[in-house]
Design a protein around this ligand. Structure first.
Ligand code: NAD
Ligand code: UD1
Length: 344
């Protein structure tokens, strides 16, 4: 039987793909989003793709606004669980404006969980990040690897993990903090995808915009890292695999009779260098991606690669889509929506 879930930040990149997966499973969703970094159009397209399965209602509001969150809990039926995507994620911006990150990411989570506590809804999936590990020296990167965040963005995510851990120790809460590695790609329809404002900060949208001719060339940030080809290694996973992980996590939490606190890496376990991604994209699409090597980007670490075994053991989830799938689907989205949702 379908559940009713509150999805904060449900109009964003990961939230929209997850919303679709949950609707296809027959769930009723209430999305709370202030559209700080997204567009209502994403949700219209999600509804179109769901094609009558499940349902989706929207409350436009800020997760820091206790009245807006209260309204979400009071509108309609009981909420069985929450996925908390709403947050800010730009590392550089977090260095320049740390208070905004502590406010949105930490205070927003506090306001949300306070409302959950009031309404007796204590099942939560939280969007954490692999950057909580900082610059790890040893691999495989397991959940018990010490955390050492090196910028305010990661510090705020770790702070929320710790706040949620403390809540779980009061009993009754069932919480999963999912440490995402690098989600990329798009739904295979090309109808929903990642829609960065301005010049993309991240590798994958930059590559698709170069391929589309919107940008002249890719700047590869450093080829002198201690990696086989000298470029940085990351664990890229298809956003649909990540969306599936949320559905499986909610199912798992709802089955737990007792208080549960999970912290799980969500990645493929197969790290790829920048040049491997570039060449994989070229193979998948037949398009050449011009690039030049430029100095390292401050704050980048040589390598982040998940040990994904805990997620497989606990949830039975593992990533199934390939780099080719990520490139093909991300390219389909870019081609169909050259300027994203806003003008696409
Ligand atoms: P996104 O920016 O596309 O989505 C975030 C959504 O939250 C947006 O729709 C935005 O409008 C909304 N939002 C922001 N502040 C809000 C507020 N105060 N109140 C209500 N809504 C608000 O980002 P995403 O890539 O989908 O990431 C989702 C979550 O996953 C974020 O918390 C992010 O930190 C985390 N995460 C993302 C990545 C990644 O590589 N994309 C990696 C690790 C963790
Ligand atoms: C970055 C953030 C991370 C955040 C994630 C998703 C930093 C230091 N980290 O992760 O906290 O969770 O985005 O928002 O910003 N690269 C290039 N050229 C480019 C862009 C990237 O060579 O134009 C390289 C980077 O040096 C890195 C790799 O590509 O080696 C991946 O970069 P990116 O997509 O930005 O992801 P992260 O740096 O892992």
């Amino acid at each position: 039987m379908g559940h009713r879930f509150l999805i904060t930040g449900g109009a964003g990149f990961i939230g929209s793909h997850t919303a679709l997966v949950l609707m296809e499973q027959g769930h009723s969703l209430l999305v709370l989003d202030n559209f700080d970094n997204s567009s209502p159009e994403a949700l219209e397209r999600v509804k179109g793709l769901a094609n009558g399965q499940g349902s989706l209602e929207l409350i436009e509001g800020d997760v820091r606004d206790a009245d807006a969150v209260e309204h979400a809990f009071k509108s309609g039926g009981t909420i069985d669980g929450v996925i908390h995507f709403a947050g800010l994620k730009a590392v550089g911006e977090s260095v320049n404006d740390p208070l905004r990150y502590w406010d949105v990411n930490v205070n927003g989570s506090r306001v949300l969980t306070a409302a959950m506590e009031r309404h007796g809804c204590r099942t939560l999936v939280f969007s954490s990040t692999s950057t909580v590990y900082g610059e790890p020296q040893t691999f495989p990167l397991q959940e018990q690897t010490p955390t050492a965040p090196i910028h305010p963005y990661a510090q705020t995510k770790l702070a929320v993990e710790q706040m949620l851990g403390a809540l779980c120790r009061t009993g009754a809460w069932r919480v999963a903090s999912l440490r995402y590695f690098n989600p990329v790609g798009a739904h295979p329809s090309g109808r929903i995808g990642e829609d960065p404002l301005g010049i993309p900060n991240n590798l994958f949208p930059f590559i698709t915009q170069v391929a589309a001719g919107r940008r002249e060339q890719l700047h590869v940030f450093g080829d002198d890292y201690p990696t086989p080809d000298g470029t940085g290694i990351r664990d890229y996973l298809h956003v649909m695999d990540l969306a599936d992980a949320h559905g499986v996590t909610l199912d798992h939490l709802l089955q737990q009779p007792d208080s549960t606190a999970l912290t799980l890496n969500i990645g493929t376990g197969r790290g790829l260098s920048v040049l491997e991604v570039v060449h994989g994209f070229e193979r998948a699409t037949g398009i050449t991606v011009p690039y030049s090597i430029v100095p390292r980007r401050p704050g980048d670490v040589p390598k982040l690669e998940a040990c994904p075994l805990q997620a497989k053991t606990v949830l039975g989830w593992e990533a199934s889509r390939t780099l080719e799938d990520m490139c093909r689907d991300g390219w389909a989205w870019q081609q169909a929506n050259p300027m994203g949702y806003r003008r696409g």
